[in-house]
Design a protein around this ligand. Structure first.
Ligand SMILES: C[S@@+](CC[C@H](N)C(=O)[O-])C[C@H]1O[C@@H](n2cnc3c(N)ncnc32)[C@H](O)[C@@H]1O
Length: 197
């Protein structure tokens, strides 16, 4: 779909959604103090500019690890024709919000977009069929990144991994691009890796 039209639909869908408050209220109610759950979101234009670099194709399966209110899955599915987009989120209220947005989108555009939001832990869920992986990993602890990197090793050769702020260490991941883009909370470093082994 044309990017400007996709952006209009995206902004209309999210205009009354305050992901920061949804996340904060749930963390307060559950006494979650871990900084790993600190909330921030993509900016539509920046995200699409980054995703453009991995050239999404019809057989690509996209995963957003820590999907919040679901913005990356919705944005990529509106702009590109891909096979499927899956978001994985642990906090219930964020996950429920992403499903409400998806329902609204399906009513509005009557297009059977292949999008799924799973409630779960990214360190436990299976995403080994993913070919484009995104994670807004800014607040993930080193230990979480180590476990996540182990899980990323199960991806097929050729998979592209987009990380915000964090790095991968293993030599099975080749850094193919890095730069800075604006996110909801300020300028962030993005890195794109390709699985080469
Ligand atoms: C920075 S937000 C990104 C939201 C969305 N991906 C975006 O970029 O717009 C990171 C999300 O990861 C979630 N999260 C943190 N640790 C997680 C885990 N172990 N499993 C699943 N979700 C997690 C947080 O609750 C939060 O919603």
């Amino acid at each position: 779909m044309d990017k400007e039209l996709a952006k209009q639909i995206f902004e209309e869908l999210y205009k009354e959604i305050d992901g920061i408050s949804i996340s904060l209220n749930e963390r307060n109610a559950l006494n979650i103090s871990s900084k790993e759950f600190v909330y921030g979101e993509i900016n539509f234009d920046s995200f699409i500019e980054i995703v453009d670099k991995v050239k999404p194709k019809e057989d690509d399966i996209f995963y957003d690890l820590g999907s919040g209110t679901g913005k990356p899955c919705i944005a990529i599915s509106l702009v590109y024709k891909i096979k499927k987009a899956v978001g994985i989120e642990l906090l219930n209220n964020l996950w429920e919000t992403s499903n409400k947005i998806l329902k609204k989108l399906r009513e509005e555009i009557r297009n059977p977009l292949e999008i799924e939001f799973r409630r779960g832990n990214i360190l436990e869920e299976d995403f080994s069929d993913g070919t484009i992986i995104f994670s807004h990993a800014t607040c993930f602890e080193d230990q979480t990144m180590e476990k996540l990197e182990k899980k990323l090793q199960s991806l097929k050769k050729g998979a592209r991994i987009i990380l915000i702020t964090k790095k991968l260490k293993g030599d099975e991941f080749e850094l193919i691009d890095e730069g800075e883009k604006r996110m909801s909370w300020g300028y962030a470093t993005y890195r794109i890796y390709k699985k080469i082994k």
